[in-house]
Design a protein around this ligand. Structure first.
Ligand code: NAD
Length: 418
């Protein structure tokens, strides 16, 4: 399975191998559970506004099919590779199993830079990519959703392209759609709100008070912005924020309304004058109570894990902490980690609610959705904390063990065909 080799896939495999040893998994089951079931690479030719035709690489990986259809986001970013997508699909599998959703993990993406494309170029790349993967997706097969660089509008184009092909509306083919097209209330905010909910649960456990705490957030996109705004609503002072252009710091707290107004005008944080400029590397090492990496993978490594100055590390992003960094964090023992597959699971939980609502054509109000979300997060948090305590494991190994064990149980009970 060398086709997946990449730093992020190697990292996901390293985590899996640690847990497979802990669970004493037999060798034949290990390989079946670890490697993706299916992966597709597609060529996506797109006519740019200039008239030039460019070819983009697109990917979709479906990690396992033992618990139901596969589910996972689509990333539009220049660095997307098959290996990265495969790692993200694996993490989706453990996340869905940890939260008890009837899905296997998937992920996909297109190697392109959406920030350098016009809206019509973005529409053409999204629709052509969808056309290429139509044989492999569907409400009972594989259901994409937004991730880095993709949004509600793009989910609407995917739903429309698939529906035109089917000859009737198929809202359940994708989640994270606009609400008036069968999207769910609360989906856009779900991941960030889930992060903030779990941060408050960790604070309760550690006897910390929100109104006496500070937080630093790396990445101010869908996840980071909602996490920051929700924590601020709970009384937490947000002292540091960054995006791809760099970061900013204000010990008195950043005024998020002013920051949002700046972003609405300039699209990036660069030039925001209400706080001091810091680099993304410096941002991670700022003193704070809660650090939320909410951008990309492998941001916390063996090189900077010893320099973190937070009490809670709430992983909004997927795979922000490398296994080498985990070793350092375990040795330190002073940072409570809410691992990615638990911390950012609010997004896929409400995506599941969206899919269920689409299949029944019966929609719920936001209060019902949020209370169902918090109930699932509460159960997953409590189970992870208890599993970690009973077996003296880190929160990451506990969450991964619960997820991986459930996938193994499903595979074993279904048996091997033929
Ligand atoms: P997004 O595209 O909305 O935002 C990403 C943010 O990160 C942007 O502010 C961007 O400027 C910033 N960024 C990019 N590169 C950076 C860098 N090198 N340093 C600092 N900031 C950088 O994406 P998103 O949907 O918010 O996803 C963020 C993370 O959360 C990803 O790891 C994603 O897989 C994960 N996640 C997202 C969802 C979801 O529902 N959107 C659900 C679960 C997990």
């Amino acid at each position: 399975m060398d086709i997946y080799r990449s730093p992020t896939f190697d990292m996901a495999c390293e985590q899996f191998d640690l847990v497979a040893d802990l669970l004493n998994l037999e060798q034949s089951l290990r390989e079946r559970v670890k490697y993706p079931k299916r992966s597709f690479t597609v060529a996506v030719p797109v006519r740019m506004d200039s008239g030039e035709v460019r070819l983009f690489a697109g990917y979709r990986v479906q990690h396992h099919l033992s618990l139901g259809p596969t589910k996972g986001g689509l990333r539009f970013h220049p660095d997307v590779t098959l290996g990265e997508v495969a790692a993200l699909a694996m993490w989706m599998s453990w996340k869905c199993a940890l939260t008890g959703l009837p899905y296997g993990g998937a992920k996909g993406g297109v190697a392109c830079d959406p920030h350098r494309m016009s809206l019509s170029e973005l529409e053409r790349v999204t629709r052509r990519f969808t056309q290429e993967i139509i044989p492999f997706i569907g409400p009972q097969t594989d259901i994409p959703a937004p991730d880095v660089g993709s949004n509600e509008q793009m989910m609407a184009w995917i739903m429309d392209t698939y529906s035109i092909h089917a000859g009737h509306s198929v809202p359940g083919v994708v989640t994270g759609k606009p609400v008036n097209l069968g999207g769910s209330l609360g989906r856009r905010e779900a991941t960030g709100r889930g992060v903030a909910y779990l941060v408050s649960r960790a604070m309760d456990m550690l006897k910390m008070r929100a109104d006496q705490s500070t937080a630093v957030v790396q990445g101010y996109g869908n996840v980071g912005s909602v996490a920051a705004q929700t924590m601020a609503a709970h009384g937490v002072r947000i002292t540091g924020i960054s995006d791809v252009s760099g970061g900013c710091y204000n010990s008195k707290g950043i005024d998020l309304q002013k920051l949002d107004a700046h972003l609405a005008e300039h699209r990036t944080l660069a030039g925001f004058t209400e706080a001091d400029a810091v680099s993304n590397e410096q941002l991670l090492e700022l003193e704070c109570d809660v650090l939320v990496p909410a951008a990309l993978e492998r941001q916390i490594t063996a090189a900077n894990a010893g320099k973190l100055r937070c009490r809670i590390l709430a992983e909004g992003a997927n795979g922000p902490t490398t296994p080498d960094a985990d070793v350092v964090l375990d040795q330190r023992g002073d940072i409570f980690v809410i691992p990615d597959i638990l911390c950012n699971s609010g997004g896929v939980v409400v995506s599941y609610f969206e899919w269920v609502q689409d299949l029944q054509s019966f929609f719920w109000d936001e209060g019902e959705i949020m209370s169902k979300l918090y109930r699932i997060l509460e159960t997953a948090f409590t189970q992870t904390v208890n599993y970690a305590r009973q077996r003296s494991l880190s929160m990451r190994l506990a969450a991964l063990s619960l997820g991986i064990k459930r996938v193994c149980d499903a595979k074993t009970k279904r048996g091997l065909f033929p």
